[in-house]
Design a protein around this ligand. Structure first.
Ligand SMILES: CSC[C@H]1O[C@H](OP(=O)(O)O)[C@H](O)[C@@H]1O
Ligand SMILES: Nc1ncnc2[nH]cnc12
Length: 290
């Protein structure tokens, strides 16, 4: 299978540069329309697809981002490796605004989102014990280092519902849990990417110390946006460095991302709904007898 790199851009990252044959394409999926059109093209000989998570102009809230449609659209276009870029707050003194952190664990505190492609008539359970692709994450760390930013490899992302920022008590609680950064969109994106058997990595761009910090009375959107805008050019440089690091055929990884569905589906073959089979053709066709 040919490798295709997908990028989901977060706050401040609404486009990527330098694509050959760049074209915004409309994609429809059985899970609805994604946040926006998808920018497709080729970068240094590798096929690319870029989707702004909140839509161009930042229209979708963290709750209304159509996570399932976004992942399904990437899968339909042939994306094999998906890199998520997200603005986050820091929960530790050592992670300063302007630094990048390559996420390797999550705590899911979201509660108002569709979190699975599966459902009645096709019940499926994948493992997210190791939620990101270790190989793609290592490539992202390498690409990030090439841009000159300070990179932290590995860290836990608390996904909160939002859209309000945390209370100080919540922020202190997450720090006690040992979490490293906080954002509003990491979940269920990473879970859905696993269900879709994509290699997925998350590049967290630190924009602020959350409200726990003695120098921050509260998180200030103007400051977050200012840092996000400054980080955005580094994020685009990181994306530009990825094709050279990932070139080659798509394939299996040390995490087992492309085998996630091997034993995930519980529903007996004669009880699987025809409607669900049709809906899940692109996501789970590999393991469904279609
Ligand atoms: C502008 S701060 C809050 C907003 O920024 C982050 O979005 P994304 O992860 O898409 O970069 C955060 O999760 C909130 O949605
Ligand atoms: N402090 C914070 N809390 C939640 N999401 C964020 N995104 C950027 N900074 C954040």
């Amino acid at each position: 299978m040919e490798k295709m790199i997908g990028v989901i851009g977060g706050s401040g990252v609404y486009q990527i540069d330098g694509l050959e044959g760049a074209e915004w394409v409309t994609v429809d999926t059985p899970f609805g329309a994604p946040s926006d059109q998808v920018l497709t093209g080729t970068l240094h000989g590798v096929k690319m697809a870029f989707l702004p998570r909140h839509g161009r102009g930042h229209v979708e809230t963290p709750t209304t981002v159509p996570y399932r449609a976004n992942i399904a659209a990437m899968k339909q276009l042939g994306v094999t490796d998906l890199v998520a870029v997200s603005a986050v707050g820091s929960l530790k003194e050592a992670y300063a605004p302007g630094d990048f952190l390559i996420v390797d664990q999550y705590i899911d505190r979201t509660f108002a989102r569709e979190k699975s492609f599966f459902g009645p008539g096709m019940v499926g359970h994948v493992s997210v014990a190791h939620p990101v692709c270790a190989d793609l994450s290592a490539a992202c760390a390498e690409a990030a280092r090439k841009t000159g930013v300070k990179v932290h490899e590995g860290g836990t992302y608390v996904a909160m519902e939002g859209p309000q920022f945390s209370t100080k008590a919540e922020s202190e609680l997450y720090r006690q849990w040992g979490a490293d950064v906080i954002g509003m969109t990491g979940m269920p994106e990473v879970k859905l990417a696993r269900e879709a058997e994509l290699h997925y990595a998350c590049v967290a761009m630190i924009t602020d110390f959350d409200c726990w910090h003695p120098d921050h009375d509260a998180v200030d959107v103007a400051q977050v946006v200012a840092v996000a805008m400054k980080n955005a050019s580094k994020a685009r440089d990181l994306v530009a460095a990825l094709p050279a690091l990932l070139k080659g055929a798509a394939g299996e990884c040390t995490t087992g991302c492309t085998r996630a569905l091997d034993s995930a589906i519980m529903t007996a073959p004669d009880k699987r709904s025809a409607e669900m089979k049709e809906k899940l053709k692109t996501i789970a066709g590999r393991v469904l007898d279609l």
